[in-house]
Write a protein that binds this ligand. Structure first.
Ligand SMILES: NC(=O)c1ccc[n+]([C@@H]2O[C@H](COP(=O)([O-])OP(=O)(O)OC[C@H]3O[C@@H](n4cnc5c(N)ncnc54)[C@H](OP(=O)(O)O)[C@@H]3O)[C@@H](O)[C@H]2O)c1
Length: 440
C-alpha cells in the first residue's frame, strides 16, 4: 500500500475528516462558518468535516468569525504536507502560490477543493490530469457562477446530452452596467460609477469590463461541457467599454438587447469559445437576465434549452458550492474511495479562431447624407459575399447614422467589408460592430 492508499484507508475508518483551509477571506470565512454546523454537513456526508488548520497572510487580522488563534498558520505548505489533513481547500486566489500548493496537495494524495477560476482556467487540464493519475478528487464547483450549480450538472447530470452549446452571462458587473444603461439611458461611465457605488464593481474594474473574468469562467465551463482542454488563452475576448446608449437604443428598436455573452459551441469536432458583447433578440431567455444576475443556457439535441441562473458571486453562495464539493468528496472518502472512479480525462480539441466563426453582425455607420451613398455602401457588402438582412437610416443631416444587420457571415468576410468601408470617403465613422447571437 502506498501513502495515498494508506490515507484513504484510514479516512474510511474515521468518524471525521480533517480539512486544511488555505485562505480565510470572503469565501474562506463563510466556508468555515458552514462547516461548524455539524448537523448540516455530517448528516449529508455521513462523516464530520473538521477544520484542522487555516493558512492566512495576516494571522493577527480581525476576522468576521470567531476562530481559535492556534488554528492559524502563515505557512500553507505546512497544511499541504501534513499527514493529518485529508482534504485541502484552496481559497487564496490568483495563480501562485495557489497552483504550486494545489499540485503538491494532489501529488501527496489529498483531495482538493478550490473556487479559484484563474487557477482552473489556466492550469485546469494539468491539475485534473494529475488528479486523475494520482487518483484523487479535485472539486471546483465554486470557480464558476458562485452558488449556481454548474460544473457537476453539466459534467455529470447532462453527460448523455451531447451538449452542443453553452451560452451564458457569466459576469455580474458587466450585466449590471448594461442593464442600467438600457433602463436609464446612462453612458457606460455613469453605469460603471453606479456599479462601483453599489459594490458590484471593483475600484479597478478591468478584469470584469474587459471580459477576462467571463473568459476564465467560460474556459472552465467549456472544458466541463465538451470534455476537452480549454484554457484562458483559447477564449476570444472583447469587453463592453465601447458600447454607447445610442447602440442600446438602436438595438432595441431592431428588437434586440445588448449583453456580454460567453459562448462555447461544439461543431464537427471543433469548438468555439468567445466572450464579446452580442445582440440577443428581446425574446431570448438571456435578454431578460437583469442587473448582477448570471445565467447559463445549455443546449443539446434531445435535451432542449436548460437554464441555470442566480447570483454568480458572493462569499456566502460560493461557500455553499465549496462545501457541496466537500460533502461529496467526504462521502466517497468515508466509503473508502480515494479518487473518482474513471476520473476526469480532458482531450485536446481545436478551438476555432474568431475569423472562422460564422454569425450575423450589427454595424452602425456614420455616412455622408446624399443620394447614392446607400448603394455604394451596400455594394461593398455584396462584393464580399456578406448579405444584408436590414439597413435603416436613423438620422438626417450632413452626416447620417445608418444601422444594418447582416445575415450569417464569416467574421473574416465582415472584417474585409470593414476595412474597405474605412477607406471610403463617404463613410465618416464605424462606431459600432457587434455580433448577433440569435440561436437559443
Ligand atoms: N469573493 C467572491 O465572491 C468569490 C466568488 C467566487 C469565487 N471566488 C474565488 O475564491 C477565492 C477566494 O476569494 P476571496 O474573495 O475569499 O479572497 P480574499 O477575500 O482576498 O481572501 C484571500 C485569503 O487568502 C489569504 N492569503 C493570501 N495569500 C496567501 C498566502 N500566500 N498564504 C496564505 N494565505 C494567503 C488571505 O490572508 P489574510 O486574510 O490574512 O489577508 C485571505 O485570507 C478566489 O480564487 C476567488 O476568485 C470568490
Amino acid at each position: 500500500m502506498d501513502d495515498t492508499e494508506n490515507s484513504a484507508a484510514s479516512a474510511a475508518q474515521r468518524s471525521f475528516l480533517s480539512i486544511g483551509l488555505l485562505g480565510f477571506g470572503t469565501v474562506g470565512a463563510h466556508v468555515y462558518r458552514l462547516l461548524q454546523d455539524e448537523t448540516l454537513v455530517a448528516a449529508r456526508a455521513g462523516v464530520s468535516l473538521r477544520v484542522k488548520k487555516i493558512a492566512v497572510l495576516h494571522p493577527a487580522k480581525a476576522r468576521p468569525v470567531e476562530v481559535p488563534p492556534a488554528i492559524f498558520t502563515t505557512d500553507p505548505s505546512e497544511i499541504v504536507a501534513s499527514p493529518d489533513v485529508d482534504i485541502v481547500v484552496e481559497l487564496i486566489g490568483g495563480l501562485e502560490p495557489a497552483h504550486r500548493l494545489v499540485l503538491e496537495a494532489i501529488e501527496r494524495g489529498k483531495a482538493v477543493v478550490t473556487a479559484n477560476k484563474q487557477l482552473m482556467a489556466t492550469h485546469g487540464p494539468e491539475l485534473l490530469g494529475k488528479a486523475e493519475t494520482v487518483g484523487v478528487e479535485l472539486g471546483f464547483e465554486g470557480s464558476v457562477g458562485g452558488g449556481i450549480p454548474l460544473i457537476k450538472p453539466i459534467r455529470e447530470s447532462l453527460a448523455a446530452a451531447r451538449i452542443r452549446a453553452v451560452t451564458a452571462i457569466l459576469n455580474g458587473t458587466t450585466n449590471y452596467i448594461l442593464t442600467r444603461m438600457a433602463a436609464e439611458g446612462w453612458t457606460f461611465e455613469a453605469a460603471l460609477t453606479a456599479a462601483q457605488r453599489q459594490g458590484f464593481a471593483e475600484a479597478d474594474p478591468r478584469e470584469d469590463i474587459e471580459g477576462h473574468d467571463a473568459a476564465a469562467k467560460l474556459a472552465i465551463l467549456a472544458s466541463a461541457a465538451f470534455g476537452c482542454q480549454v484554457t484562458n488563452d483559447d477564449v476570444y475576448r472583447e469587453g463592453i467599454a465601447s458600447i454607447t446608449p445610442k447602440d442600446i437604443a438602436f438595438a432595441k428598436e431592431l428588437g434586440f438587447a445588448i449583453k456580454l455573452l460567453a459562448i462555447a459551441r461544439s461543431q464537427d469536432g471543433e469548438i468555439e469559445a468567445r466572450v464579446h458583447p452580442a445582440l440577443v433578440p428581446l425574446n431570448h431567455p438571456l435578454a431578460t437576465v437583469a442587473d448582477e444576475f448570471n445565467a447559463v443556457l445549455v443546449d443539446g439535441p434531445g435535451l432542449g434549452p436548460v437554464i441555470f441562473s442566480g447570483r454568480g458571486a458572493g462569499g456566502a453562495p460560493t461557500a455553499v458550492a465549496v462545501v457541496g464539493d466537500l460533502v461529496a468528496i467526504g462521502t466517497r472518502l468515508r466509503l473508502g474511495f480515494r479518487g473518482r472512479p474513471g476520473g476526469v480525462h480532458l482531450v485536446p480539441m481545436r478551438v476555432r479562431p474568431i475569423e472562422e466563426v460564422v454569425l450575423p453582425c450589427y454595424l452602425s455607420l456614420q455616412v455622408i447624407d446624399r443620394p447614392g451613398v446607400f448603394a455604394r455602401v451596400a455594394s461593398v457588402f455584396g462584393d464580399e459575399q456578406v448579405s444584408i438582412a436590414s439597413i435603416v437610416q436613423k438620422s438626417r443631416g450632413a452626416v447620417a447614422d445608418v444601422v444594418l444587420v447582416t445575415h450569417d457571415a464569416p467574421e473574416r468576410a465582415v472584417r474585409r467589408v470593414l476595412a474597405r468601408l474605412r477607406e471610403m470617403d463617404v463613410v465618416k465613422a464605424i462606431p459600432t460592430v457587434i455580433r448577433v447571437e440569435a440561436t437559443i
